[in-house]
Design a binder for this molecule. Structure first.
Ligand code: FES
Ligand code: FES
Length: 172
């Protein structure tokens, strides 16, 4: 990204960045003010990642960036140049199988959603929680997932699902 500080930025300015998205290397031209969320949804049609608040308060836009949970509405795409991004569309690949990720299976088994709007963010966040390895109990799962709001109130079943996968050791 080569924009000199202090110089005006034209409305049609585009910056070239490289991202690996769900295992696929991509060369992309983005406006410097494009958020990672808008890049995924508007430019790449990866609409599994949801926009709730667009202000870092709901977690609906959570994706994994180099394996770490990130609110993609708060990240500029240009700041993630060179990163590996996993969205809900690529989550199953992390577990190496052809089917669903164990968390996706557990969410289905535990009926851990109602409208489903928060679910992609919940799933990516849960994958991050499991790989971080800090949460060992239901209360710790709740705490670690507290940035992901569910307006349908499916929290109990969401924690059940995550706990199930944590105890099985099948997080992928
Ligand atoms: S849309 Fe990003 S945190 Fe709500
Ligand atoms: S399932 Fe509807 S917001 Fe969570």
């Amino acid at each position: 990204m080569l924009i000199e500080s202090g110089s005006p930025v034209a409305a049609d300015t585009r910056v070239e960045i490289s991202l690996t998205i769900n295992g696929e290397a991509r060369q992309l031209q983005v406006a410097p003010w494009t958020t990672l969320l808008d890049l995924l949804r508007e430019q790449l049609d990866l609409t599994g990642t949801k926009k709730g608040c667009d202000h870092g308060q709901c977690g609906a836009c959570t994706v994994l960036v180099n394996g770490t949970r990130v609110n993609s509405c708060l990240a500029l795409a240009v700041m993630k140049d060179g990163a590996e991004i996993t969205t809900v569309e690529g989550l199953a690949k992390l577990s190496g199988g052809n089917g669903l990720h164990p968390l996706q299976e557990a969410f289905v088994a535990h009926d851990a959603f109602q409208c489903g709007y928060c679910t992609p963010g919940q799933l990516c966040s849960a994958a991050g929680v499991l790989s971080e390895g800090h949460a060992k109990s239901r209360d710790e799962i709740r705490e670690a997932m507290s940035g992901n709001i569910c307006r349908c109130g499916a929290y109990t079943n969401i924690v059940d699902a995550i706990e199930d996968v944590m105890q099985s050791g099948a997080q992928g």
